[in-house]
Design a protein around this ligand. Structure first.
Ligand SMILES: Cc1cc2nc3c(=O)[nH]c(=O)nc-3n(C[C@H](O)[C@H](O)[C@H](O)COP(=O)(O)OP(=O)(O)OC[C@H]3O[C@@H](n4cnc5c(N)ncnc54)[C@H](O)[C@@H]3O)c2cc1C
Length: 471
């Protein structure tokens, strides 16, 4: 596709749409919008201009202009993505949703919150809590990611085992299409088979089909009681083997079942500068349980602790109050930053397999790590089969790193598919995994994705060079 460059005339037009102070052209300020949280230099690209609209009408005017002039537009939330999804790979306009950060409505009768896309996930969670409800979306980046970014990536996170990924909490969206049309899909109805499920086509579409400008979020009654359990195990395989047992025998679905291997434990310990219990353990499992009565919570925790002890748990630490729960969660929550300190350049993967296949997958990753003499700490959401295998560059020179990384990724993806898995459970494809999509995804599925994209964005201006090859 041959796109045009942003001209002086176009900048003047953009200024008249969103106001001069919401148009950025200065080089040093553009740099803030060149990348996301993927650390490698190949995933940084400068936009030609950044625009910060205040409402859907302005988004619509910007898209109409870009569509007419054939200039690419990359929607951007908080830039915490881990797939280079918000990176303007071929320049053009970055459309930042940061100014659209209002909570518009709390509907106490239907249990909905209506928000703009630039509200942080943490603010959505806190507002729900203040009103006596639960917003169940909970990516580890909640304090910084935007809810619009969570919608666009169908973010998962710690509570997906029990409550599902972001899509489960989305009932309606206002979206601006590449043509500039503003459309509300879904809304507050709990059931809706009035045509295709376009709401959930948009969720997880990574800014390639439309710009999300308003979101209808479902709220839930807030469970009154919760506990967090930390269970160290001698080795990773024993730890992971306990997960299906918890899921199938306790009679309760835990809110979270997370895991981290020994390399992660060591990395978190050094980052937090505090001694963690059983720091030589092969792995930790962290389990959170919620209940509506104290007696129920106690009984669920006892049952889970029993299963862990019977299956190799070295000890079970239970956090019943917030301070102890935070202490248990902290090492898991800081892992992305801790690994970055261990190795400033790394490659965090997001593979997902059925939970019964996690032991096989982790065993294979260990073999690959030994074969290429590269450290691959693993952590993630054991309860939903989502493994963040993280390749560390450490002291490798750039050329060796790129060569080894390509080979290791190829082998990891291969074994993931052999374990009935997929490339990404929650971070998405973005630019980073586009090549792997072409290789590992069924060609018919690829063709379906390309057809939908072309139908909704005929000039291919929205977030080009992401997900699939189109030209
Ligand atoms: C420390 C850390 C922990 C993390 N933990 C998790 C986790 O537990 N679970 C998880 O799923 N992810 C996690 N992530 C990844 C990331 O936070 C999520 O992918 C998040 O949903 C991205 O939101 P964002 O606002 O930063 O989006 P961005 O990174 O800005 O954008 C992500 C994608 O969404 C598109 N987009 C953004 N806003 C819109 C919009 N309004 N309309 C259309 N498209 C849009 C962009 O074009 C891009 O393709 C983590 C990241 C970090 C750094």
């Amino acid at each position: 596709m041959n796109y045009n460059k942003v001209t002086e005339d176009m900048i003047a037009n953009l200024q008249s749409i969103v106001g001069s102070r919401n148009v950025i052209v200065e080089q040093e300020k553009l740099e803030t919008y060149a990348g996301d949280e993927v650390p490698e230099a190949e995933w940084k690209h400068l936009p030609e201009v950044v625009v910060k609209p205040d409402n859907a009408q302005q988004v619509s005017e910007v898209l109409k202009l870009a569509n007419r002039e054939l200039v690419p537009v990359t929607p951007r939330g908080a830039g915490t993505g881990l797939a280079a999804g918000a990176v303007p790979m071929i320049g053009g306009i970055v459309l930042s949703l940061e100014n659209m950060n209002r909570i518009l409505e709390i509907d106490n009768e239907n249990l909905f919150m209506v928000v703009e896309p630039g509200v942080t996930t943490g603010d959505v969670q806190r507002k729900a809590q203040e009103e006596g409800y639960l917003y169940a979306g909970d990516p580890c980046s909640a304090d910084s990611s935007f809810i619009g970014g969570n919608v666009a990536t169908n973010a998962g996170g710690n509570k997906a085992v029990k409550y599902g990924t972001t899509s489960k909490h989305i009932y309606g969206l206002e979206v601006v299409l590449a043509t500039g049309e503003i459309i509300t899909l879904g809304g507050k109805c709990v059931k809706d088979v009035t045509g295709y499920d376009l709401v959930h086509l948009m969720v997880g579409s990574e800014g390639t089909l439309g710009v999300v400008t308003k979101i209808y979020l479902k709220l839930l009654p807030k469970p009154k009681y919760n506990s967090v359990l930390l269970v160290p195990f001698a080795d990773m395989q024993t730890a992971i083997n306990v997960v299906p047992k918890i899921m199938t025998t306790v009679g309760v679905i835990p809110t979270s079942i997370e895991f981290m291997d020994n390399l992660c434990i060591k990395s978190a310990e050094s980052f937090l500068d505090r001694k963690l219990p059983y720091n030589d353990a092969g792995a930790y499992i962290i389990i959170e349980v919620e209940a509506y009565s104290d007696a129920q919570l106690e009984s669920d925790c006892e049952n889970i602790a029993g299963i862990c002890y019977e299956n190799g748990g070295l000890e079970v630490f239970i956090g019943n109050d917030k301070a102890n729960q935070d202490k248990i969660w902290k090492p898991r929550r800081v892992l992305a930053e801790a690994l970055r300190v261990t190795s400033p350049v790394y490659c965090m993967e997001d593979i997902v397999v059925p939970i019964s296949n996690i032991p096989k997958l982790l065993e294979a990753i260990e073999q690959i790590s030994k074969k290429y003499t590269i450290k691959i700490p693993c952590f993630g959401h054991a309860g939903d089969g989502n493994v963040h295998a993280t390749l560390l560059k450490e002291n490798l020179d750039d050329a060796t790193w790129y060569e080894v990384k390509e080979k290791v990724l190829e082998e990891i993806y291969f074994v993931t598919y052999a374990c009935e898995g997929k490339l990404s459970g929650e971070h998405g494809i973005g630019a980073k995994r586009k090549k792997a999509m072409a290789k590992f995804m069924n060609p018919v599925e690829l063709r379906m994705i390309a057809s939908i994209k072309k139908a909704l964005d005929p000039n291919l201006i929205l977030n080009p060079d992401k997900l699939v090859e189109l030209c």
